[in-house]
Design a protein around this ligand. Structure first.
Ligand code: 2AM
Length: 484
């Protein structure tokens, strides 16, 4: 019998099942397979009943049903399961066949797997898939990268099933070589951490500083979602703040204040440290989750350590508007930092990242989807070589407009003793980035004083290094220096 299936998908957890049904809706014939094969039958008799989806109970059967070149997508747990499946599949595939990993893999693994499979004559794609279960079913944001020759093989399928921007553009585009797709997905998740932390800080300012009720905050977010902050995360926060259980009580108030994390925010921060990029807002967002998780310590410390016990003073309506503008300005800094990281990663890993398409891919379908991303796309469309988002005319104008509010909010929060690490670090970054001169002259002097690490001089060409014998006791020999 002639093989008839367009693509196989391995891994029938909810994301895998939903992607299959999404592909099926768009006219593709999908072979479904799973390590625990009983799940194949369950799926065929349940969610896939009446569809064109075909099942396979072995890798041989699955491969036999696929048209050539074969395309096999893995939606299994990140890590060892991906490597194990690759090894299982290898003996059954031919040169030119394609394996796609749609899990949340760490980009160094994707770099390694691309090289490995290409060395065997096969093609590999590591793709970010964002948007959760609903996104997978009705239109995720997709960020594929890997073997360049593989993109034409899946472009039509991916761009059919993905989310679309309000203008109808697909939220899936080729990100670049080897690990580029998973790197972009990782950065997306890091930015997601930042966005969530910023909203949580705005919530705490309104709750603690202004003593607002959930109902009032629900109304404020309803308004915010109609303007520049219009986004999925503001929308769900609005709904969460209005949500009551069957007893009429707010669920949000009953939830323990310790945040979990699966690690993609940490990966982003680690990568920013590796690359020497000050992605401070995501870093603070990760640390804020860590601090929240130290609940027992905080409970103890709250009985001992003191701070100011005051709320905000001033016009409530005006302060709420200040908070909104502080959130918007901080968000601009966070995205500027995220794109700085992508730019540096592109240099380091030799990826040809295109920033406009990245913003477009994030515009819809994924967790950070927002109107704001449309503006970022416009900024990169206008100037693909834009070195920093903060320098774009539109975003510079926004920051100029928001700045007085931003400073007032941070100052009020500090005075009132309400922690706003993301708002604060964003402002500190902004002030640092716009400073022609920072105190690192003194820092270099300190390094040279105790370690003879040398310094460059303002009145001499860059790259020429000097050492001072600060105490008269040290020698004139300088130590080697390095830059991170
Ligand atoms: P399972 O149903 O056989 O457990 C999400 O956990 C998906 O990843 C499931 O389809 C699961 O298969 C698969 N998975 C998890 N660990 C795996 C492994 N070590 N090898 C193969 N598949 C695995």
């Amino acid at each position: 019998m002639e093989p008839t299936a367009d693509i196989a998908l391995i891994g029938l957890a909810v994301m895998g099942q939903n992607l299959i049904m999404n592909m099926n809706d768009h006219g593709y014939t999908v072979v479904a397979y799973n390590r625990t094969t009983s799940k194949v039958d369950e799926f065929l008799n349940d969610a896939a009943k009446g569809s064109k989806v075909v099942g396979a109970h072995s890798v041989e059967e699955m491969v036999a049903k696929l048209k050539r070149p074969r395309k096999i997508m893995l939606m299994v747990k990140a890590g060892k399961a991906v490597d194990d499946f690759i090894e299982t599949l290898l003996p059954h595939l031919e040169p030119g066949d394609l394996i796609i990993d749609g899990g949340n893999s760490h980009f160094p693994d994707t770099i390694r797997r691309t090289k490995y499979l290409e060395s065997k004559g096969l093609l590999f794609i590591g793709t970010g898939v964002s948007g959760g279960e609903e996104g997978a079913r009705f239109g995720p944001s997709m960020m594929p990268g890997g073997s360049v020759a593989a993109w034409p093989l899946v472009k039509d399928i991916f761009q059919a099933i993905c989310a679309k921007t309000p203008a109808g553009e697909p939220c899936c585009d080729w990100m670049g070589e080897d690990g580029a797709g998973h790197y972009v997905k990782m950065t997306h998740n890091g930015i997601e951490y930042g966005d969530m932390q910023l909203i949580c800080e705005a919530y705490q300012l309104m709750k603690e500083g202004l003593k607002m009720s959930n109902e009032e905050m629900h109304e404020v977010l309803t308004e915010w979602n109609k303007g520049e902050l219009d986004s999925y995360l503001i929308e769900i926060t609005r709904d969460i703040l209005g949500y009551k259980d069957e007893k009429g009580e707010y669920v949000v108030d009953a939830i323990v204040d310790t945040a979990g994390q699966k690690g993609t925010g940490k990966w982003t921060s680690v990568s920013s440290l590796d690359l020497g990029m000050p992605v401070t807002l995501i870093g603070e967002a990760v640390y804020a989750r860590c601090l929240s998780a130290m609940k027992d310590d905080r409970v103890e410390a709250s009985k001992i350590l003191t701070g100011p016990a005051q709320g905000f003073t001033g016009d409530k309506k005006a302060i709420i508007e200040d908070i909104r503008q502080a959130l918007l300005a901080s968000k601009i800094v966070s995205y500027a930092q995220g794109f700085m990281l992508l730019r540096e990663a592109a240099k380091e890993y030799k990826w040809n990242l295109a920033y406009g398409p990245i913003a477009m891919v994030w515009r819809a379908g994924c967790i950070i989807r927002s109107v704001f991303l449309g503006k970022i796309k416009a900024a990169f469309d206008k100037n693909p070589n834009l070195s920093n988002l903060l320098l774009d005319e539109y975003f510079k104008g926004l920051i100029d407009r928001c700045q007085p509010s931003w400073r007032r909010v941070v100052a009020q929060a500090v005075t009132a003793g309400i922690p706003v690490p993301a708002f604060t670090t964003a402002l500190a970054f902004y002030d640092g980035y716009r400073s022609e001169r920072l105190p690192a002259n003194l820092l270099q002097a300190q390094r040279d004083y105790f370690g003879a690490h040398t310094y460059e001089r303002l009145d001499q060409p860059r790259g020429k290094f000097f050492h001072t014998n600060w105490t008269g006791k040290g020698g004139n020999v300088s130590a080697g220096t390095y830059t991170v």
